[in-house]
Design a binder for this molecule. Structure first.
Ligand SMILES: *[C@@H]1O[C@H](CO)[C@@H](O)[C@H](O)[C@H]1NC(C)=O
Ligand SMILES: *[C@@H]1O[C@H](CO)[C@@H](O)[C@H](O)[C@H]1NC(C)=O
Ligand SMILES: *[C@@H]1O[C@H](CO)[C@@H](O)[C@H](O)[C@H]1NC(C)=O
Ligand SMILES: *[C@@H]1O[C@H](CO)[C@@H](O)[C@H](O)[C@H]1NC(C)=O
Length: 510
């Protein structure tokens, strides 16, 4: 057998040919971009061609990878959303307001040069598959039809949001806490469950009846009515949802077959520590990592709050490494090292890292769990409050109370976590489990995307619940029916007894 025929044979048996894939991520968030780019990396390795529509520019270079930049998004959101304000008082999620913001961002996207670039592709240009970040960007749905209606795989770096469950035909709200509440999900009381049920259904209802129609109007104005289908029907076509949650990082949840858990997809084994910090790590007794993520920044903390932290930090026998762009040359204690940029994953993976002080973002807390580092949480908004509540419930984290913030409070929390070995042991257990899987979440995600490329639209994975009303999937109509039947039967029995008794009385009297 010649080499050529052998290669041809290998090619014939190779499972999936190289596909041309479009990714769309429209949420304004560096971490969403990073997550989607990690997924792209996995696909690039298998020879696919990836075009990603994003508010961020490409952070990796690859022959087959193109990012089409939706310019101006971050500047746009800064006018809308005062991050600094939310630092004074953490907020519970204001759903209508949050969606209003997403609507403004989507309207912005429609006006970008980035979108024009994509729309200039030849009329008959086709993608083999589209990956859609399900957390925003619904006014861009007409792109799906524009590029030949290929299968769409939804992804959610944000985890399994209730409306994604609903979209994929998986209705729940009895034991999974809504991300905008502070319920940890264990031992919810009757009233907790009532609020939870209300929040989840309110969110789903508002999305379908107010948010999506607005997105459809935006889409129609821009793309015209021939490309614009009702968003709910577009979503009914989605093949799969790959979600950043699983039974290791989150509390277990039964999901439908078209929802694939890829919790911690973005996490990699730690590489060596960035050059400028190696000396620090060589000489220190232990490191406390302080990072408030990529969207909110420690620079927004007012001076008073920062002073509370610093006055605690200077008393500790550890080195604090803080993600802080010290452009104003603020003063820090000797054992606090600031850097505008940190390789968080590598630092968390270093054995000398003892503690992570975090805003409670989903991605970085997953990294901490993966690497077995206990957490002090300082949540601000959206899902962060619920994320930290769950970590506290699992006894791998403590939460800082904003209204009690003082050097003593901070130090008390830090020593609680560092001196009680329970926190460390618990998070080590989670770390061990996260590493003990059949395959990595990224491999799983790539497999399922290629599975859809090989096997069509994935409709065979949709349960019948996807086309049912929520009250039907909950058996609500049946329960009501049974209740009515029982009530009627009881009423009839009662009635006949009364008649019977009256007759007896009559009979006796007679
Ligand atoms: C790969 O993606 C780029 C950017 O969208 C596109 O120009 C090119 O045609 C694609 N290549 C293939 C082989 O599909
Ligand atoms: C780029 O994509 C093409 C087809 O889409 C594939 O044949 C080629 O191997 C890829 N190149 C790399 C460097 O992965
Ligand atoms: C759903 O997908 C099918 C098959 O590609 C397509 O014909 C149909 O128009 C899609 N529906 C919507 C609402 O986009
Ligand atoms: C730090 O701030 C300076 C000045 O505002 C800016 O130019 C730089 O890009 C920032 N660095 C990072 C990593 O954000």
């Amino acid at each position: 057998m010649t080499r050529i025929t052998f290669l041809l044979l290998v090619h014939a048996f190779s499972a999936t040919h190289c596909a041309n894939i479009l990714g769309v991520t429209s949420l304004i968030s560096h971490s969403h971009h990073i997550w989607n780019e990690k997924l792209a990396e996995g696909l690039l390795k298998n020879g696919h061609n990836i075009t990603l529509l994003s508010h961020d520019k490409a952070k990796i270079k690859h022959w087959n990878y193109t990012v089409i930049h939706l310019e101006g998004g971050y500047e746009n959101i800064q006018e809308l959303f005062n991050f600094e304000e939310s630092f004074s008082q953490p907020e519970s999620l204001d759903i209508p307001n949050f969606w209003k913001m997403l609507g403004t961002v989507c309207a912005h996207d429609l006006s970008t040069e980035g979108l024009k670039t994509l729309m200039k592709y030849p009329e008959d240009y086709k993608f083999d598959l589209i990956i859609w970040d399900l957390n925003a960007g619904e006014c861009l749905y007409p792109l799906i039809k524009r590029f030949g209606n290929p299968p769409v795989v939804g992804v959610s770096p944000f985890g399994l949001q209730p409306y994604i469950s609903h979209m994929m035909g998986h209705h729940y709200f009895n034991y999974i806490p809504f991300y905008g509440t502070s319920y940890s999900g264990r031992a919810m009381s009757f009233w907790d469950r009532l609020t939870n049920t209300f929040s989840i259904n309110y969110l789903t209802y508002l999305r379908i009846n107010s948010y999506l129609p607005k997105m459809r109007m935006l889409a129609k104005d821009h793309f015209g009515s021939s490309l614009t289908e009702p968003p709910v029907e577009v979503e009914r076509n989605f093949s799969l949802a790959l979600v950043n949650s699983d039974a290791i990082f989150n509390f277990p949840e039964a999901v439908a077959p078209n929802i694939i858990s890829v919790g911690g997809l973005h996490i990699e084994p730690a590489k060596s520590i960035q050059k400028d910090l190696r000396k620090v790590f060589d000489t220190t007794h232990g490191v406390i990592l302080f990072s408030l993520g990529s969207n909110i920044q420690a620079e927004f903390l007012n001076k008073n709050m920062m002073d509370h932290f610093n006055r605690c930090f200077e008393t500790l026998p550890y080195t604090v490494i803080m993600k802080f762009n010290n452009t104003h040359h603020r003063k820090f204690p000797k054992n606090v090292i600031t850097r505008p940029w940190l390789q968080i994953n590598d630092i968390l993976g270093h054995p000398k890292t003892k503690l992570f002080i975090s805003h409670g973002g989903a991605l970085s807390t997953q990294e901490a769990m993966y690497h077995g580092v206990p957490i002090i949480g300082m949540p601000f908004f959206i899902d962060q409050i619920g994320n930290i509540a769950k970590l506290v419930e699992r006894k791998i984290a403590e939460k800082l109370e904003f209204d009690k913030l003082s050097p003593e409070h901070i130090c008390h929390k830090i020593t609680t976590v560092l001196e009680n070995s329970k926190y460390y042991e618990n998070v080590q257990l989670i770390s061990k489990r996260a590493k003990d899987q059949q395959n990595t979440p990224l491999q799983r995600a790539v497999f399922w995307i290629e599975y859809i490329l090989r096997n069509g639209d994935g409709e065979h994975l949709s349960s019948a619940a996807r086309d049912m009303f929520t009250f039907q999937t909950l058996n609500f109509d049946i329960l009501v029916f049974v209740a009515v039947v029982i009530a009627t039967a009881l009423a009839l029995i009662n009635l006949s007894c009364t008649i019977f008794q009256k007759q007896r009385i009559k009979f006796k009297v007679g």
